[in-house]
Design a protein around this ligand. Structure first.
Ligand SMILES: *Cc1c(COP(=O)(O)O)cnc(C)c1O
Ligand code: SF4
Length: 487
């Protein structure tokens, strides 16, 4: 047996078979995902070659009809010419139950005519990513990190894709000039310490292009971590080969976030791909999308996260499905997400529990939601409940000596977040309020200056807030002029 600890144990998905020959598949037909009849004669070398898999993707009624008993609704959608791109790798198509129109794998990749049904609040770009990008494909939403879209292509296409407006179009690739502009923006913005490569799927880039991009990013001194978001390991585990792992391991610290939605996606092939990535020193995370009829069940989610930690993937986010065109039939109420977290926290390993988030429509970013555990509080006690409904009290110290920011070197050297300190800025004393736009004008009620409302605004200045040591940073103030030093 090989030295592969992961694969020594017998697991219900047959991962033990991978241990043979240091993880190299020997006879894949018995031990790996079974192949439908149409591909029975494809030699193993071809089946296991990611280029073969990409070239033989399925997208028509004729091709998919050979392996799945398509419903009339699916046929109508596959024949429509205005829907989001369809393309499914043979490997992933092999996971579909041919006779079950509710198969959770199938619903993620085969369209139905429900995609054509509009719903209230649906948008093409519900997260306002294109509006909030300083250069094409770069979204700088949070103070210290950016999202960098590097390709419009994926190994297969998810029906609910939040970027269906740009993804899938073979004629709309990001150009060399756009990469240059993205990298230039990151280079001249020292507050960015984290870049997240996404798309599309960065793992479908030609290996040399990916290598070159990573090298250019790694050369930026203030960039601390590089992250990649990918669904390639799920659609095309064959792509996670030694070459890719060797490339990634040159650019540490580098993290990879994957996108599993259902325990059926965890196959021996994927266990092997993730093991390779882990051995290349890449920490692995997962982000799922909560989807009606796919994974909107506490028990499916519990199984999913438990299977993920077995292959050393840490569940990171569970996303509420975005308000994106074509995804209406896959959305759930937000309460479903709360119910799922209620069924995970306490019931299984903390390591296996993702943060449930709603990505705020209009571009507010990710907002975490969870059940309420804080029931009540006094000036010296909080009342808490646990997952079992056990109610307890935590006695707080009455002689707490508050942290002293004037002597703390980290407080003095805090990183600037121009215009974005938000609620923590209120707590920090940078300002005392956040007003809706036009608040002052509304409340002046058109009146002129008068005896009590003079030019002298001193009486409204709260003592100790927004002072010299803690200046109010105006929105749009350039980073260089902020009165802070980088930590
Ligand atoms: C999700 C996301 C990030 C990364 O957010 P984390 O919470 O740090 O994982 C960064 N930029 C954009 C635009 C995002 O949508
Ligand atoms: S892999 Fe990601 S980017 Fe590609 S279609 Fe799926 S959700 Fe969209």
């Amino acid at each position: 047996m090989g030295d592969n600890v992961l694969l020594r144990e017998k697991s219900d998905n047959g991962a033990s078979a991978l241990a043979a020959g240091n993880g190299a598949p020997t006879s894949n037909k018995q031990t790996f995902t079974p192949r439908p009849e149409v591909w029975a004669e494809v030699p193993d070398e071809q089946w296991n070659d990611w280029r073969w898999q990409l070239k033989h993707r399925l997208n028509s009624v004729e091709e998919l009809g050979q392996i799945v008993n398509l419903t009339e609704s699916e046929k109508r959608a596959l024949r429509a010419n205005n829907l989001f791109r369809v393309d499914i790798t043979p490997y992933f198509a092999a996971l579909i139950d041919p006779d079950d129109s509710d198969c959770p794998i199938r619903k993620q990749v085969i369209p139905t005519d429900a995609e054509m049904v509009p719903f209230t609040s649906m948008m093409e770009d519900s997260l306002a990513e294109d509006r909030h990008s300083p250069v094409p494909g770069l979204v700088h939403r949070y103070p210290d990190r950016v999202l960098m879209l590097v390709t419009t292509q994926c190994a297969s296409y998810c029906r609910y894709c939040t970027r269906s407006r740009i993804v899938g179009d073979p004629t709309a690739q990001f150009s060399r000039t756009e990469y240059d502009a993205q990298i230039d923006y990151i280079s001249r913005t020292p507050q960015i310490r984290d870049v997240l490569l996404s798309g599309g799927d960065p793992f479908v880039l030609p290996p040399k292009v990916l290598d070159n991009l990573l090298a250019r990013l790694r050369a930026i001194p203030h960039l601390e971590i590089i992250r990649l978001g990918t669904r390639v390991p799920i659609f095309l585990p064959q792509r996670v080969d030694d070459e890719l792992c060797a490339t990634l391991s040159k650019y540490h610290p580098l993290w990879v976030n994957m996108h599993f939605n259902h325990p059926k996606e965890i196959t021996p092939e994927i266990a092997l791909a993730c093991d390779r990535l882990s051995r290349a020193g890449v920490p692995l995370g997962n982000q799922s999308v909560l989807l009606a009829g796919v994974n909107d069940c506490v028990h499916i989610q519990r199984k999913l996260v438990q299977e993920l930690v077995k292959i050393r993937i840490r569940p990171y986010y569970l996303y509420q499905c975005d308000l994106v065109e074509g995804s209406g039939h896959l959305r759930t109420p937000v309460g479903k997400g709360i119910e799922i977290i209620e069924g995970l926290r306490g019931h299984t390993s903390g390591y296996a529990i993702p943060t449930y988030v709603v990505d705020a429509p209009g571009g507010g970013g990710k907002i975490p939601l969870m059940p309420n555990y804080l029931l009540s509080m006094s000036d010296h006690k909080v009342v808490l409940r646990n997952f079992e409904g056990y109610i307890s009290t935590y006695e707080e110290p009455i002689d707490y000596k508050p942290h002293d920011p004037t002597t703390c070197p980290y407080c003095k050297a805090k990183r600037p977040e121009p215009g974005q300190t938000g609620i923590t800025g209120l707590l920090d004393g940078e300002r005392f309020n956040i007003e809706p736009m036009g608040f002052e004008e509304i409340h002046a009620r058109g009146g002129a200056k008068h005896r009590l409302r003079s030019e002298d605004t001193h009486k409204w200045q709260p003592f100790g807030i927004g002072t010299e040591t803690s200046p109010v940073i105006q929105i749009g103030q350039p980073i260089e002029t902020a009165n802070h030093e980088l930590l």
